[in-house]
Design a protein around this ligand. Structure first.
Ligand SMILES: NC(=O)c1ccc[n+]([C@@H]2O[C@H](COP(=O)([O-])OP(=O)(O)OC[C@H]3O[C@@H](n4cnc5c(N)ncnc54)[C@H](OP(=O)(O)O)[C@@H]3O)[C@@H](O)[C@H]2O)c1
Length: 263
């Protein structure tokens, strides 16, 4: 049996879709209260409604690129909760950034509109900074955990992955710094990633089918569920400054001699 998370409070940015939505589902099933955040509108409300069949889910509009929006969302959370146990910075965009949709697969970095580069860096890197900066005080109340959703190490420098790769490299560097700076406050800071192409709204329509047809692996959007359960569990006590690849969680745990009873 996985740990019972009743009384545990988690914020998940990008909780309206894909990996964030599935991680929310997972923590809700274990009894946690989960606050999902996204830019707002129909998708966020529909996600909240569906997840409310599982447990105590709240939804708050928060555009992670926008300091005022993050400020408002943090105030909204602080009005309702006296602390947070976990904040997952999962909101992200990649080659689906507005202005990149019609680029050919073999495009070069100089073909990408500057606005698209800014949007990716603002979401994946500045967004992480803005969220961490504003939510860390709530995490500090009881020594919570900050989680950054990144990508595979190979993707970070792979041709065709500008500016997505560098945005995630920056996020990972920030995690390494935060892990040290927040160690004394008892806040764990870890990076997680799926470990390959994952079938979510981030990929262009039809991409997952094409990959399956070509015999290439496609991960399900639930690939990070056990990893997030692990990081929410007492079994992860003392784990900070790590990068955990969701599809390789078992090997990671085994290499460290950690026993984790999963959901
Ligand atoms: N799919 C993959 O193959 C893959 C692989 C490695 C890592 N990742 C990472 O996994 C994370 C989740 O992506 P996904 O694959 O689940 O994609 P997804 O289904 O497109 O979900 C992205 C989420 O981010 C939210 N979001 C985007 N911009 C935002 C903003 N400015 N403010 C707040 N929320 C914002 C979206 O919500 P709204 O649009 O409703 O605002 C949505 O909930 C990303 O960080 C991504 O880089 C994905």
């Amino acid at each position: 049996m996985a740990d019972d998370l009743h009384g545990y409070i988690a914020l998940i940015t990008g909780g309206s879709s894909g990996l964030g939505y599935e991680m929310a589902k997972q923590l809700l099933r274990q009894g946690a209260t989960v606050i999902i955040a996204a830019r707002g509108g129909k998708r966020l409300e529909e996600a909240r409604e569906k997840l409310s069949a599982i447990g105590d889910v709240r939804a708050v509009a928060m555009d992670v690129r926008d300091e005022a929006s993050v400020e408002q969302a943090a105030a909204w959370v602080a009005e309702r909760f006296d602390h947070l146990d976990m904040a997952v910075s999962n909101a992200g965009i990649g080659n689906n950034a507005p202005g990149m949709e019609d680029l050919p697969p073999d495009h070069r970095f100089y073909d990408i509109p500057v606005s698209a580069v800014r949007a990716v860096l603002d979401t994946n890197l500045m967004g992480y900074f803005l969220v961490a900066r504003r939510f860390v005080p709530l995490l500090m109340k009881r020594g919570g955990s900050l989680v950054y959703v990144s990508t595979s190490t190979g993707t970070i420098t792979r041709p065709g992955q500008f500016p997505y790769g560098p945005s995630k490299a920056g996020g990972e560097a920030m995690c390494a710094i935060l892990a040290e700076e927040l160690r004394d406050a008892g806040i764990a800071v870890n990076v997680i990633c799926p470990g390959g192409f994952t079938d979510t709204n981030m990929a262009p329509k039809g991409a997952a089918e094409a990959m399956r047809e070509n015999g290439r692996p496609v991960l399900p959007p639930t690939v990070l569920n056990e990893t997030i359960s692990f990081l929410a569990s007492p079994a992860s006590a003392g784990i900070t400054g790590e990068k955990i690849v969701g599809k390789d969680l078992d090997a990671w745990l085994k290499a460290r001699g950690i026993t984790f009873h999963r959901a």
